[in-house]
Design a protein around this ligand. Structure first.
Ligand code: CP
Length: 296
């Protein structure tokens, strides 16, 4: 693998290898083992043109744990703020010695463009409404570790599907790993063509699922929060009480508490949200290591 731009090119065995590797890395981190410094002498550049907490910091830490030098571009203080084009900015970062570029941008396809411009390995850290591949991978790691496998799980992805790049990657990755995925939400936020089942009534399926995966309402991309949405699709305590014994709640974060997820549910033993975050570093270590092995 030269770059990780999408999960769509990954088959079941590719995904399983990444998930298994990341889970083993998580065990190693939990034991306090030091990772092999496979990126020593290499430079990882974080280019985040949209806000991020968990993805940017976990890529930063993952790269450091593999021994890389890490540089981070802040678009607000970079020469982009003086009008430098995206292409010139990216070529500058490449010219100063970045070996692997981690890119988040609000336009679909920018990570692919960065790969084309630079010829360097690129990781898509979220492009517009399209994809967020490492989020789907760390979510699969979280499911694997909690349930012992992803195959056969019934998972509802709930909410603002059309505006969600997390959903864009989950829709491919989880069924490829054998999960039975259902999209749940207002019709207006559902794709016109979907390879998986679409439902517009959360209450009709909440008691059947192994996992309720709540999506953040993406107000920056056109999602609108209103009382009707919260009433029909928010996972509040009464609705969560109808979930099966052992069923779990996931959310990629950041959470709109009181909107798609109630405070009490986010803090309940059903919530895997902190585990998702914790699996971010080992998952990104495995991806960076893989790309580093292919990079010249
Ligand atoms: N899940 C996720 O992408 O979070 P950040 O926007 O904080 O990186």
């Amino acid at each position: 693998m030269k770059s990780l731009l999408s999960v769509r090119g990954l088959g079941r065995s590719d995904l399983e290898a990444l998930v298994t590797g990341a889970s083993a890395m998580r065990d190693a981190l939990d034991r306090g083992d030091l990772a092999e410094r496979t990126l020593a002498g290499r430079c990882v550049a974080n280019l985040f043109f949209e806000p991020s907490t968990r993805t940017r910091l976990s890529f930063d830490l993952a790269a450091q744990r593999l021994g890389a030098n890490v540089v981070t571009l802040n678009p607000a203080t970079a020469s982009t703020a003086k009008g430098e084009s995206l292409r010139d900015t990216v070529l500058t970062v490449s010219a100063i010695g970045a070996d692997i570029l981690v890119v988040r941008h609000d336009e679909v396809g920018v990570p692919q463009a960065v790969a084309d411009w630079t010829g360097r390995p690129v990781i898509n850290a979220g492009d517009g409404v399209a994809e967020h591949p490492t989020q789907a991978l760390l979510d699969a790691v979280t499911l694997q570790r909690h349930f012992g496998g992803v195959g056969g799980l019934r998972i509802a992805v709930v909410g603002d599907v059309t505006h969600s790049r997390v959903a864009g990657s989950l829709i491919h990755a989880l069924p490829t790993l054998g999960a039975q995925l259902t999209l749940v939400g207002p019709k207006a936020w559902m794709p016109e063509d979907s390879p998986v089942e679409i439902i517009t009534d959360l209450d009709s399926v909440v008691g059947e699922m192994d996992v309720i995966y709540l999506l953040r309402v993406q107000t920056e991309r056109g999602g609108v929060i209103d009382d009707e949405y919260v009433a029909r699709f928010g996972l509040h305590e009464i609705r969560a009480a109808r979930m099966r014994p052992g069923a779990m709640v996931m959310h990629a974060g950041p959470m709109n508490r009181g909107v798609e997820i109630a405070e009490e549910v986010a803090e309940s033993p059903r919530a895997l949200v902190t585990e998702q975050v914790r699996n971010g570093v080992p998952t990104r270590m495995v991806v960076l290591d893989l790309l580093g092995r292919g990079a010249t």
